[in-house]
Design a protein around this ligand. Structure first.
Ligand SMILES: NC(=O)c1ccc[n+]([C@@H]2O[C@H](COP(=O)([O-])OP(=O)(O)OC[C@H]3O[C@@H](n4cnc5c(N)ncnc54)[C@H](O)[C@@H]3O)[C@@H](O)[C@H]2O)c1
Length: 337
């Protein structure tokens, strides 16, 4: 299996590449990434000299370069992780979200259509469904009602992917996953931000009343689901992927505080994010039924593994938090980093 993985130097993409090379015999990966602030080749140090992994620095919006690469390499499948992925940033600067997430996906679809690539797997998010009240969960047929500029750009990409299946008969597949956590996650996201701040004895900023509910999935379970969709999924289908660990943010933060042996007084409630979705919950029974997939890592085990990784890889996140990202963080979170 020869895969073209885009965004493979980011959080989930790098975990996916490491997982594929570890578990799929005969796999080869071409990793296309523009190395934005979120891309980090240190994530792939373990496969730096592995001939099964080839890194190409490229922007998915560069239509000609992407098309040339697809024709030259003829991958069996494209797995598109490349995206602007942080909701807060999409509120501040939505244009790049439309450009990368919508137009970048379109550029990849065109390139793979012309090159006759087998499967086009779009890694999407449960955020395209909008928000839920206290009950119920999103199924694959729930209406697409994105509430943040990030979610709107991912929804736009999904609609192009769907249209390329219907118009051109391409074998496109979409996964919509809930919130991931695990090693190599950029410390602007909730769990690594709380872990690293707790380790440094800094404040733990929680939006609003902390009762926003998310369904958390350990990143390797998401990677296993993507592989299952590649191997057993059907053309034109959408698969919801969830961890079945619905928790309010404040509970997530308290779990981290306890696991890290930090003090609860570090928790600070800060002004809520505009348009903050109240609750996401995902019904992943279709993936369980049709792909035989289910999550394996429970939340407390996953948090334990994640905390251990951030403790063992201090240099990785300290460099990020202390360098060029500092201005951005300070603007977003004051001096809490
Ligand atoms: N993190 C989550 O909880 C989650 C949940 C569901 C779905 N997703 C989706 O999974 C994908 C990966 O998310 P992540 O958290 O790993 O994101 P990330 O921000 O950690 O990584 C994104 C990667 O894409 C690359 N990239 C950005 N713009 C690019 C461009 N124009 N051309 C080429 N590469 C570019 C970056 O350099 C980076 O390596 C995204 O599509 C995201 O929408 C994420």
């Amino acid at each position: 299996m020869k895969l073209l993985v885009t965004g493979g130097a980011g959080f989930i993409g790098s975990n996916f590449i490491l997982h594929v090379l570890e578990t799929v015999s005969g796999a080869r990966v071409i990793n296309l990434d523009a190395l934005t602030y979120a891309g980090n080749l240190e994530n792939l140090a373990a496969v730096e000299n592995d001939s099964r992994h080839q890194f190409v620095k490229m922007d998915i919006r560069d239509r000609e370069a992407v098309a040339r690469l697809c024709v030259a390499e003829k991958p069996d499948a494209v797995v598109n992780f490349a995206a602007e992925s942080h909701v807060d940033r999409s509120i501040d600067g939505p244009e790049v979200f439309a450009q990368t997430n919508v137009l970048g996906t379109l550029s990849l679809l065109e390139a793979t259509r012309k090159a006759g690539t087998g499967v086009f797997l779009q890694v999407s998010t449960d955020e395209v469904y909008g928000t839920l009240g206290a009950g119920g969960s999103f199924s694959e047929t729930s209406p697409i009602q994105p509430n943040s500029p990030y979610a709107a750009s991912k929804a736009g990409a999904d609609q192009f992917v769907r249209a390329y299946h219907h118009t051109h008969g391409m074998d496109t597949r979409i996964t919509r996953c809930s919130n991931n956590y695990g090693p190599y996650q950029f410390p602007e996201k909730l769990i690594p931000l709380m872990i690293t701040n707790a380790m440094e004895g800094r404040g733990l900023p929680v939006y609003g009343d902390g009762l926003h509910v998310r369904d958390w999935i350990y990143v390797t379970d998401h990677c296993r689901a993507i592989l299952a969709v590649l191997e057993k999924g059907a053309a034109g289908e959408v698969y919801n992927i969830g961890g079945v660990h619905e928790l309010p943010n404040i509970e997530v933060v308290r779990t981290i505080v306890r696991a890290a042996g930090a003090d609860e007084s570090l928790i600070e409630f800060v002004k809520d994010r505009p348009g903050h979705d109240r609750r996401y919950a995902i019904d992943s029974s279709k993936a369980r039924r049709e792909l035989g997939w289910e999550p394996r890592v429970g939340f407390s085990e996953g948090i334990g593994r994640t905390l251990a990784w951030y403790q063992a890889n201090r240099r990785w996140w300290e460099r990020i938090k202390s360098s060029e990202y500092r201005d951005y963080y300070e603007k977003m979170y004051g001096n809490r980093l």
